[in-house]
Design a protein. Sequence first.
Length: 979
Amino acid sequence: MVRKKVKFNILFLCFAMLINTFSAFPAMALDNEKTEENYFNAQKQNNVKLVENIDDYTINPSELKLNPGSSKATLIPASESRGYQEPILSIKGKSKIEFDIDVKAAGGYNIVLDYFLPETSMEDLNISLLINGEYQFYESRNIKLPASWKDSTQDYKEDDFKNQLFPSPVRIYKWQSKALNSTIYNLKVPFIFNLKKGRNTITIQNNDIAFYLGKIKLVGSKKTIDYSEYSKQYTGAEPAKDQYIEIEGEKYSEKSESYIRGSKGNNQNAFPYDPVKKKIQALDESMWENPGESVSYKVNISRDGFYYIGFKFTQDVKKDMPVFKNIYLDGKILFDEMNGYMFNYTGMKYQNNVLGNKEQKYMFYLKKGEHTLTIESTASKLYNANENLLYVINKLNNIALEIKFITGDKTDKNRDWGIDEFIPDIKKDLLQCASIIDNEYKELNSIVNRTNMPEVADLKVAEEKLIKFSGNLNFMVNNLDQLSQGSGSATDLISLILPELLKQPMGIDKIYITGDYSKIPPANSGFLKNLYEGTRKLLASFFERYDKNESKDETKLNIWVNRPMTHIDILREMINEEFEPNEHIKVNISAMPDEQKLLLAVASGRAPDAVLGASSYRPFDFALRGALYDLRQFDDFGKVINSFNPEMFVPYIIGDSCYAVPETANFNVLFYRKDILNKLNLNVPRTWDDVIAMLPTLSRYGMSFNTLIANVGGLKHFGTTVPFIQQYNGKVYSEDGSKVELGDPNTVKAFKLMTNLYTRYSLPENIQNFYDSFKRGVIPIGMSDMNTYILLKHTAPELEGQWGIAPAIGVKDQTGKILNYYPSVNTGCIIMKNSKRPEDAWKFIKWWMSDNVQTSYANDMQLRYGPEYIWNTANLKALENSTAYSEDDKKVILQQLNNTKEIPRNPAYFSVERELSNAWNKVVFNGVAPRTALDQAIIISNREIQKKLKEFGYMDSNGKLIKPFEMATAKKVLSWKEH
């Protein structure tokens, strides 16, 4: 055993020397790296406290002396200050201002900005802030200052089924004053910036839109009071017992985000109520769950006095856990108890909560007149727990990486690894992590006065694992997936808790403001009422017609849409407000729950005039059978296609005809973990050769690379296989479409790479969930699409700043150009052959896919439903205007979409797709030689092509071509364009 350990030590030293001299291959260098500590760690290290007993520093724009490094900022006089009544600064987009300020006391300061977002902007403001030329913490690189919104109306419109429609969000143009704070937590004490005594240089970088800047304040510690102190201020005041005010939760006067809205339903316990029709009944609990999101209500008080504030609310998402809200009156938190006020889990029912504690209800003194009540989500009380648990995850991941570095990701139950000789503090680190988990478990339970909260029970399991590992390090080394990265590992158990921990969902049906809280009615109806309403709903369901597209309205243009109602509602409003008045064409929009329904409708003669959202393969299938209208019959078709990549029309072409307009596009790009690639000293690859060069390093750490082939099932569809062929300039079909060209030399080269990646270089053949593997660090790099982008952007806050995207992996040609072609078309718009109104349908599709309409629709989706609702239009001119992506990400996405190369359709495309997939499976799983597998695929594919060409009249019964099935190319589309 000693000899074995000595030998291992020598091998390790040699291995370490080899790694230190490792020279990375030429590829893209990582940039925009996270170089500062985050705010939590920076505060722990520097222990900066707010200065006390000092007046605020107020910097007026008129007194501001900008340093030479500043971008141009214009001083606007008070007469043009948009109601500010003092001079203001106009600051351009993507610019900065830099100025000096002298402070008398060194220490921590909150920074408060007065700002106004211009009428031309629909976005929040994002700034960076530097003190003396440095970011003091990572979050100061991107600080959000929100816009302000309201609903366009509180008199809700109805759809054709008499269900209420959500109103549009409308910007409120006003001056706002905000302390710079965390968008992740909305901290009780905003960001503290450390200033030295004397002169300090402050730099405000505007990361995107132009804005107006008013006063800048540097604020020290402020004394707060509790309820007992607050109530003493109004000794002698009486409750206004005759006053009773009800406010509907969905009737807010202001909201911090455009997408905050009500919820539709027919719950008999909410108001308004209808047993069948869907009414907007309450504030949607999930729409303002993120810390910092808020709603405000106007309250008119008829006389001075004390008032109770009560909420009829529901919280059925975070089981047995509370949510936390800040309660403001007229912009102020009146006493400490209103900071992070706790609302408990309600289950599926409503509850009443009159603000107070176990001993008493809180009374608020309100004077006669209008007041503003604001409720704001906060996770400040969960800040320490979340950050400490994130620390544990990172610590355990680092320990796992160190172990893999030493062991080469090998296991040997008979070996004494002696891992503590190489990592002396490993046992101490494991026990420290276990202790942190235990402390945070207790802390989270104490917040809700419990001892064993089910929602965080997995923390105890993770703690027990670490204690067990600390006592048996060999077991841990041989079962490293139980420590990190594996399903059910310690890091996995913690990671599953964190995303939901910070969310603060709460639905509000009613707000009560009254001098006598006994007047507040019960939150839920009784048994008899529930029985009665349940019976009404049941009976109504037998008579209510939910799907009007069963009967075709000949007086209107009938459009079926293959999308959810969230998408259709916005489209319907745009049609009513823009298309119908301008074109004088009435449109009936219907949801198409299943594309199979369209097939049945065509067969029965009940098809609509046009369809939106048709899957990429549907138009070809329908057109081949004569069911679609040729869009090239319209004189202006060549003009319409100018906003698209010509390649996007290729799947829709048969001969000289085109049967669809591309509607949405997917993008395939490279995703990579910045933090992991940095630790492994790896650059971002650009070609498959680069990927192959990095695989040994990834493999040593038990990691690998994701390919699109690995993410699909047994059938490897064309979107995963043909890109390899196209990157090698190979061929799939002959030009006349009569046979496959899978024996083409370049195609064979591509196929060998496609299989060698798995047989020779050991890439995993099956990765069920790349997002999950990427998040856990098992697969820190790989190809994926828009769905992964949305998930990482909006459901993985723990990875913020630690991942990026780059153009797809490709092949370098003889000129040095990297060919990284991938298909992108997702859905299309089609006109049915039997439509009696093809000209009207074409006008509609032209309007729908126009630059302005696609831009408006994409923006409206996010404004109404949130940033995760990304409409990825195929109209690239409209996509350039998208606010859904950062500028850096959008640049990569547009670059990749401009490199789109679509796969032309052949009548036997499905058979060819299957045989190419079978060939890959034979090589990878059965060890068949690549050329042999391709030869077998060629024979079967050609036989199937002949069958289909005979079926559709391109070939006679003797196998002779009657007419060629010309394979579509982008060159043909370019010839159609009008310049």
